[in-house]
Design a protein around this ligand. Sequence first.
Ligand SMILES: Nc1ncnc2c1ncn2[C@@H]1O[C@H](COP(=O)(O)OP(=O)(O)OP(=O)(O)O)[C@@H](O)[C@H]1O
Ligand SMILES: [Mg+2]
Length: 445
Amino acid sequence: MMDSKDIVVGLDIGTVNVTAVIGECDTDRNGEPVLKVVGVGNAPSDGIRNGVIINKESASASIVQAVEDAVNMSGRDVEDVVCGISGEHVKGLNSFGVVSKRKGEKPEITEQNMQAAMHSAGGIAEVPDRATFFVMPIEYKVNNQGGIKNPLNMFGNRLEVKAHIITASTSAMKNLKNCIERSEYGIQSMVPITLADCKSVLIPEEEKTGVMVIDIGGGTTEVGIQMNGATYFTGVVPIGGRYVTNDIAAVLKLSGEIAEKIKVNRGACHESLVDPKDTIEIPLISGTFGDRSISRLKVCEIAKARMWEIFSKVKRAVEDANAMQYVNSGIVLTGGGALLPGVSEVAEEVFKIPVRIGNPIGFTVDIEKDGKKIDGEIYKNPKYSGAIGLAQVGLDMRVRAQMARRKPDIGMGSRDDMPSESGDGVLKNVGKWLWGKTKSFMKDF
Ligand SMILES: Nc1ncnc2c1ncn2[C@@H]1O[C@H](COP(=O)(O)OP(=O)(O)OP(=O)(O)O)[C@@H](O)[C@H]1O
Ligand SMILES: [Mg+2]
């Protein structure tokens, strides 16, 4: 068990919001480790567009503000963070790797053989400014016998792996790393945001049967498909909730600020939720068009058109990758954009399968404000899924690393492969211990 004084920090650097969650290790009813949230901080995002840093100074200031907010709330110091990777530059694909035993090697499949197979799966053709950052096994074949989840210690001289690999722009990753370091935080790990979302919003049954998680952010919509503990699809559509706001502003000739208020306070994107007689009064603000009322149904039609486009693009990307076959239990929508009433109805019309809204789950909250415990329910909100999921992944990694240190025979890596807990050189091993299976190539970056 992780030492209770160890803290983990999830840092979701979005286009609209930067959110930091500080957590400790708690135990659930069964004695299993669970995240205890002790501080949450938010800052408006500046210098970040669609997951990519476009201005280091501004981005760094937003990061510091969010983390320091969480530090002040929790009274804990932060050393390193688990940072989300998102944006259009993040791409997932399924790949194959193979290794054959050399003469004189022991006959059982070793951890080194598994790592070598994953390395081979991750070795896609070199493309300028793009590298493989994560390789997650889907299944193995030993001497042509397929469907094997864990081949460790099986007899065989040829090992194949089918793996989901995630590639990203090397310059975007370097800028992100540099920006966090500039903020004077270390990096425990960098994790694709879709994996963090899956960690925080899914129930075990969905994860087992097969599910699609769609994180509707401000600038992008990130998609992950998981089944039976493996990732089959990672994708991004470069449109998010901000486009809904922009459309409302453009069509109704409103400022972006008013359009956002209308969307958040009175908006909906499915006609079944709107009385056609409903109107929205636009307040008189100097420099705008003055007092007038607009039809709520009109706002809804504008929002629906954009949400429909987002879901149609997600559907096309998933179908193109032939990955709809894994989505057996339905779709879970999360991210701030999932707060718009009617999103699940629109998604159901597009995909024609069950859709639900996913709030983060599987954590406790222990925060005092003005001498009173705050109600942790406020964090069971889709806009916190990424940051809470990142903290949960960070906790998993620490717990696994500590268990492996005590029992060297569990997991896949050797003791030397474990992520450094000291904060120095952490990028050498980032991600390797994500659910004990992922191979990370971050050390090459
Ligand atoms: N109550 C609400 N109703 C409708 N939309 C909302 C609501 N609250 C937030 N949003 C929308 O959620 C979006 C921001 O979501 P989120 O914080 O998940 O984005 P982000 O992570 O910063 O962006 P990205 O993931 O694209 O980088 C904005 O477009 C905002 O308008
Ligand atoms: Mg986001």
